[in-house]
Design a protein around this ligand. Structure first.
Ligand SMILES: [Zn+2]
Length: 324
């Protein structure tokens, strides 16, 4: 870490940069708020800068109203940011990255349907189906990638990629074998998640990515894209999730309750206390602000296991460790 660098005699190593990057396709839910809190605590504890990046590239589902609500709900909880960015402002960065991938021969059109991909029958680590890279030899149209009316995929470098996970999780994976080449530009021209995320992190100088464990299996694909584009790979930490029972299965605690309903029954300090308790950081429920939590914050005290939660109408119930 920069602040422990013994060669920095001036004592003025630049701070690290963290980021919280929610998609603005819906209301914040308890999992969103907990992820934001953990990211903020991590950065503030380190003396790092921390950015809020509103991921608003999905033209079908992202709305300005959700962007506003996300900012207001995070501010209400007591979280502040050194900078707020919107992916929709970064289009020229994405286009430059696509130009570079095209120049390197790493961009190709692919109209394979979901059904065709599913027919391969090979599952991905996140429960989808692997794309078998079958269109890799297809050329871009004469006008280049901008003229493509098909989705575009990035041809990832072959082999194993990994990165440092500060929580000790193993990020090693061969993404071309586990997932296949990712879509980087959709048919409608929207930039896809993997590319946007990598480009934004690099442009913002992000040094540390704190995010939920559900995205962990994407990391190697992102490192492969970073490598192709000559970007430095940040450090990662993947944290526990709030899960709820859905029939026989456990799923991310999603649509069951949003920030509007939570704010009707909890004060900000009460809800922060519930989140801190849910993450296993304290033994009992007690209202506290994020700033009050900062002093005692340590990842050693955050549960490494996912936790079960349930919205019971007027209260967010949290039970014990769930296992992984
Ligand atoms: Zn294809």
């Amino acid at each position: 870490m920069e602040d422990q660098n013994p060669t920095d005699t001036a004592g003025s190593a630049p701070p690290g940069v963290g980021r919280f990057a929610p998609s603005t396709t819906g209301e914040a839910h308890p999992g969103t708020l907990l992820a934001a809190l953990l990211c903020w605590l991590d950065a503030r504890k380190n003396g790092d800068r921390v950015l809020l990046r509103l991921e608003n590239l999905d033209p079908d589902r992202s709305t300005p109203a959700f962007e506003d609500a996300m900012q207001q709900d995070l501010a209400w909880l007591g979280l502040d940011w050194d900078e707020v960015t919107r992916q929709s402002d970064n289009q020229s960065d994405y286009e430059e990255a696509l130009d570079r991938l095209a120049e390197a021969g790493q961009l190709y059109p692919c109209s394979c349907s979901r059904a065709e991909i599913r027919a391969s029958g090979v599952r991905t680590p996140d429960g989808g189906y692997r794309y078998d890279n079958r269109c890799r030899d297809r050329a871009l149209p004469p006008g280049g990638w901008r003229a493509s009316e098909e989705p575009l995929r990035a041809r990832l470098l072959e082999g194993t990629f990994t990165a440092v996970d500060l929580g000790g999780d193993d990020l090693t994976q061969d993404p071309t074998a586990s997932f296949g080449d990712p879509i980087v530009r959709r048919r409608d021209g929207a930039i896809a998640y993997q590319l946007a995320c990598v480009v934004d992190d690099a442009m913002s100088g992000v040094t540390r990515i704190v995010r939920g464990r559900d995205i962990m299996s994407n990391t190697a694909s992102q490192v492969a894209i970073q490598t192709s584009l000559g970007f430095v790979t940040p450090e990662y930490r993947h944290h526990m999730l709030l899960l709820e029972r859905q029939g026989e299965k456990l799923a991310k605690l999603h649509g069951s309750v949003g920030a509007t309903a939570l704010r009707e029954v909890y004060s900000a300090a009460e809800l922060c206390g519930v989140l801190v308790f849910a993450a296993g950081m304290v033994e009992r429920l007690e209202p506290m602000t994020p700033t009050e939590r900062l002093d005692g914050f340590s990842w050693d005290r955050v549960s490494h296991k996912d936790r079960l939660a349930h919205w019971a109408g007027r209260v967010l119930e949290v039970s014990g460790d769930q296992g992984q």
